[in-house]
Design a protein around this ligand. Structure first.
Ligand code: KG4
Ligand code: ZN
Length: 386
């Protein structure tokens, strides 16, 4: 329990350049620093992330973020026990920039290098923030990701289902664009939806009639476009009221699909416990997880990703978890969205499990967490979905 491990983590797989220092001491994880430099403004004029611009900005910003993260932690590179970096999935130019930077730091300092899957970073965040015990169900829901993962170990994830096309954040962003609301779309659609009547427009609930927990969100965007055009054709324009009602209807549809699929995912993951009303103790813990605070175990639904900030969606998921007798956990928003603290933490978890990478660590545009799950189709504006 007394083991103290400090890691520097680097993240550059999409449009945030980030570096962070995380320490595990006395069984508790502590974020010593977490620096995130957003590129939102650089891409604003293009209506999406431009991979070449992103990669160049990462190259320029990585060193500065690392320096700042170490300075804020009051440490130098000598003081860390290892360096971890997002090695995929993501926009390849950005991932390469991060991997090269981390290799340089590792060679220069002689510290171990650990490559981390970005999705594992998100999925392990509840362990960084709350020391959550394995296994738990994770819904990753952001602008680029949407999947249910059963986290069974730092490198053991079972993918129970995911989107077959757009991620919900992407759908929120497109909705905002279609209605002339500012980007990022999530917060502005949520704001408009607060005044709206969710029952006025009839939005589909895609794939709810199919078993399992795969999802689809691209049809919702088409439905929104049609409803908008019908309202415009009828009244010659779109009133604020129409806009609010459209946002409310769309948001309700996303919330209900996520909640409905979460109900199924909980059943697939923990059916035995939920139905029997009998909660078993977790199966096998890797020995070091004892170092993380765990007070018992019960089925848990955790969320991560920018869309988890949405009040209606969060409430719907929380209700489903409660109904199933499961707990619900949503890490603070700054740790739900892309950051390097989760990469530093995932690095510590892999390091403790014995993982070390060499100078041949590859940057991977696609890297599914669960090799046994069928690959997902489609690649949205935020790059490949793994
Ligand atoms: O996790 P994130 O910061 O980045 C990645 O996509 O990797 O998520 C950003 C996404 C955007 O699409 C944004 O519109 C969405 O999360 N988002 C929201 C809300 N806040 C952010 N979606 C719905 N409701 C929100 N309040
Ligand atoms: Zn992410």
């Amino acid at each position: 329990m007394g083991e103290t491990i400090t890691f520097l983590g680097l993240e550059s797989s999409c449009d945030d350049t980030a570096a962070a220092v995380v320490r595990l001491r006395g069984g508790r994880a502590e974020i010593l620093s977490s620096v995130v430099s957003s590129q939102t403004e650089l891409h604003a004029a293009f209506g999406g992330v431009v991979p070449e611009i992103a990669a160049r900005a990462h190259v320029e910003k990585l060193d500065l973020c690392v320096e700042q993260a170490l300075a804020e932690a009051g440490l130098s590179l000598r003081d860390v026990d290892g360096i971890s970096v997002t090695a995929g999935p993501g926009l390849i130019g950005g991932v390469m920039a991060g991997v090269m930077c981390a290799k340089g730091l590792a060679i220069g300092s002689g510290k171990p290098l650990v490559g981390v899957n970005h999705l594992a970073g998100h999925a392990l965040t509840p362990r960084l923030t709350d020391g959550l015990a394995f296994p738990y169900l994770m819904l990753l829901v952001s602008g680029g990701h949407c999947q249910f993962l059963l986290a069974e170990g730092p490198e053991r994830f079972r993918r129970l289902g995911g989107t077959i096309d757009d991620a919900p954040g992407e759908a929120f962003d497109k909705t905002a664009k279609l209605l002339g609301l500012p980007q990022p779309g999530g917060p502005s659609v949520e704001r408009a939806a607060r005044q709206g009547d969710a029952g006025r427009f009839d939005f589909p609930r895609p794939l709810m009639d199919r078993p399992g927990c795969d999802m689809s969100f691209s049809g919702l965007k088409t439905a929104l476009l049609r409803a908008r055009d019908a309202a415009v054709a009828e009244a010659g324009g779109l009133t604020e009221r129409d806009r609010d009602d459209l946002c409310a209807g769309f948001q309700r549809a996303v919330a209900e699909v996520l909640a409905g699929k979460a109900r199924r995912a909980l059943k697939i993951a923990f059916g035995q416990e939920i139905e029997g009303g009998d909660i078993r103790t977790p199966p096998v813990h890797p020995p070091y997880t004892a170092a993380v605070q765990n007070d018992g175990w019960r089925p848990m639904l955790a969320v991560a990703g920018g869309v988890a900030a949405n009040g209606e969606i969060r409430a719907a998921l929380e209700a489903v978890a409660a109904e199933a007798g499961a707990g619900f956990l949503a890490p603070p928003l700054r740790l739900c969205t892309d950051n390097a603290a989760m990469i530093a933490w995932a690095g510590i978890e892999r390091f403790l499990a014995g993982a070390r990478d060499g100078m041949d660590l590859a940057a991977r545009p696609r890297w599914p967490l669960d090799d046994t799950a069928a690959p997902m189709l489609g690649a949205g504006k935020r790059g490949a979905k793994a």
